[in-house]
Design a protein around this ligand. Structure first.
Ligand code: ADP
Ligand code: MG
Length: 578
């Protein structure tokens, strides 16, 4: 019997936690404070892992990555007003990425509503633009069904973010246990299949393709369609191209992967099978001049509203990617067909891949210091464990890194995504490390950050150290956003005036020792300037399976991809070998 006279009573906080657990929600990220601290405590009591972060934005990024990685939404718990508003960035990012996420926000007391209460804000309305579903339960008794609805909405149809608002006065309110009815865990998302006639038509369009291409997006990764897509690609001998987070659905080093001839493949394909990728900026809208004007798209998506965006597809297959790919496979089982491996198209693609790969290898082999991006990434790639998660953000750091760093497994690359968000890296890395700890102990997380990108969530290094997550953080440091200055030029420039008037807005403090952010909290820090130092520090970091580390890699502050390419072209045309 309880001594507090609360026998048979349950708090609002406990009801929220229990309702989440009943919906098989297992991870909560957030920052506590009035009025949500009790919710975090209750979550731990019912067996939900609670990861306390340093900024709600990063917490929200982490929770959304859990949703993408596990198919079950993570929770981001935020306080009222500013806490919720900081979280909106993460909600927007999740929703844009079509990743499931539950945000639970404390809000001010109902009795003080419209009176200028502490941190009062129209939170349910504010979240509407950033979510699929945004609601406040009308009573504690209504919490379980609202939470079930939020979890279900986040994973059914096109996945996305959902918001549940919890007034402060709900949190500690005690109600009779018997008045609460927990709603059974929602069923897994129903699997929808495409119309048979459309599937037949799609198979026939593929059979008649002269220059076919399969594009694999992060929707395919989320859908766990890797087995069926690999079968389709191998059985029909089709070239495929992953989008940034579609990397790894089929391993990057698969012979049919034409990523190294990306522009060429997009530009001359006559039939494109689009598996879980939108024709947005990442894919140049599916329009000329990046594509043939009459390219036939076979668009596969779970979201009907997506079909026909920006182009008029030849065939639309509305349904779950895994199920629809199996439907296509049935067609090719009935009447086997394969794209001729000796075709001109394959020859063109292979040649382009070869020359592009040679180009970046050449840049990577440059011995000049400071290092360029390619040198850095080739040395990193050499040592990366095949099954590791690669998290990446930054401008050139992410773009060039993507072409060199290989993914061999689906859902193992996390980056700035559809919204092009900087600041996601550390939150994503924390989520991946927490999930790995539970599901694949020993699996490593490598987080490749530009120096600017690192700054957005740098204090999450404390979170990494607090939970002892052996993440390897690489900061590719060019002293700036896109580009920066070396120390001498920086000092020289300051002779002409105050930094606020003379420093280019892109520049950051040169020679910054970001590795000290890691050593400040007990992790390992390395400052490296040469390939040898990079190799050695990375070897040590990967060998250390218990401590996090940060390797601050100084590169040429003016290095860009374009200049490097121009440089090589120039070198090639003049036969210079330097
Ligand atoms: P990328 O960034 O890789 O191009 P996008 O995020 O643009 O990918 O597109 C992913 C697409 O996948 C979205 O249009 C989404 O509706 C779709 N999608 C998500 N899950 C599934 C699924 N299970 N089956 C089919 N389509 C899905
Ligand atoms: Mg930079």
């Amino acid at each position: 019997a309880r001594s507090d006279g609360l026998e048979g009573q349950v708090s609002g906080a406990r009801v929220i936690a229990q309702a989440l657990k009943t919906q098989d929600v297992n991870y909560m990220f957030g920052i506590v404070g009035i009025p949500v601290t009790e919710i975090a405590l209750a979550a731990q009591e019912v067996g939900i892992r609670y990861i306390g972060m340093r900024n709600e934005q990063a917490a929200c990024y982490a929770a959304s990555a859990v949703g993408y990685l596990t198919g079950r939404p993570g929770v981001c718990l935020v306080v009222s007003g500013p806490g919720l508003i900081h979280g909106l960035g993460g909600m927007a990012n999740a929703n844009m990425n079509c990743w499931p996420l539950i945000v639970i926000g404390g809000s001010s007391e109902r009795s003080q509503e419209t009176m200028g209460a502490f941190q009062e804000f129209p939170q349910v309305e504010a979240c509407r633009l950033y979510s699929k579903f945004s609601a406040r339960p009308s009573s504690i008794e209504a919490i379980p069904s609202i939470i079930e609805k939020a979890v279900r909405s986040s994973i059914y149809g096109r996945p996305g973010a959902c918001y549940v608002d919890i007034p402060a006065d709900f949190v500690n309110l005690q109600v009779n246990v018997n008045s609460i009815k927990y709603v059974e865990c929602c069923m897994p998302p129903p699997v929808s299949m495409a119309e048979t006639s459309a599937v037949r038509m799609a198979a026939s369009v593929i059979r008649n393709a002269k220059q076919p291409l399969v594009i694999i997006g992060k929707g395919a990764a989320y859908a766990h369609a890797e087995e069926s897509i690999r079968k389709l690609v191998e059985q029909c001998k089709l070239p495929f191209l992953p989008t940034p987070m579609g990397k790894g659905v089929i391993r990057d080093n698969h012979p049919n992967c034409v990523a190294a001839a990306r522009s060429r493949a997009l530009q001359f394909a006559d039939v494109i099978v689009l598996l879980g990728a939108r024709l947005n900026w990442i894919l140049h809208f599916g329009l000329p001049p990046r594509y043939q004007p009459d390219v036939k798209f076979i668009q596969v998506d779970i979201c009907a509203e997506e079909l026909g965006n920006n182009v008029r597809p030849a065939v639309t297959l509305l349904g779950d990617i895994n199920a629809v790919t199996k439907q296509l496979l049935e067609q090719f089982d009935k009447t086997p067909w394969q794209y001729p491996p000796e075709s001109e198209w394959w020859k063109v693609l292979r040649e382009k891949m070869k020359s592009n790969e040679a180009l970046s290898k050449e840049l990577a082999s440059k011995k000049s210091l400071p290092m360029n991006y390619y040198t850095v990434f080739y040395h990193v790639q050499e040592q990366l464990p095949r099954d590791c998660f690669v998290v990446s953000e930054g401008a050139n750091t992410m773009d060039i890194g993507r072409t060199v760093l290989q993914n061999y497994l689906p859902r193992h690359r996390l980056d700035a995504g559809t919204f092009g968000t900087m600041g996601v890296g550390l939150g994503f890395a924390i989520a991946a490390a927490i999930v790995a700890k539970d599901r694949n102990p020993g699996k490593r997380v490598i987080c490749v950050e530009g120096d600017s990108a690192f700054g957005f969530s740098g204090m999450e290094v404390e979170t990494i150290c607090r939970y002892n997550l052996p993440i390897v953080l690489l900061v590719v440091n060019n002293n700036g956003i896109y580009q920066g200055f070396d120390t001498d030029s920086w000092k020289e420039m300051l002779k002409f005036g105050d930094a606020t008037t003379v420093a280019p807005p892109m520049s950051l403090l040169p020679h910054s020792h970001y590795e000290h952010v890691m050593t400040a909290f007990g992790g390992k820090g390395y400052f490296v300037q040469t390939p040898e130092e990079l190799q050695k520090s990375l070897r040590q970091s990967l060998a250390d399976t218990t401590n996090p580390s940060l390797i601050n890699i100084m590169i040429e502050p003016q290095a860009t991809r374009k200049a490097q390419q121009k440089l090589t072209q120039h070198c090639k045309s003049t036969k210079c070998t330097s």
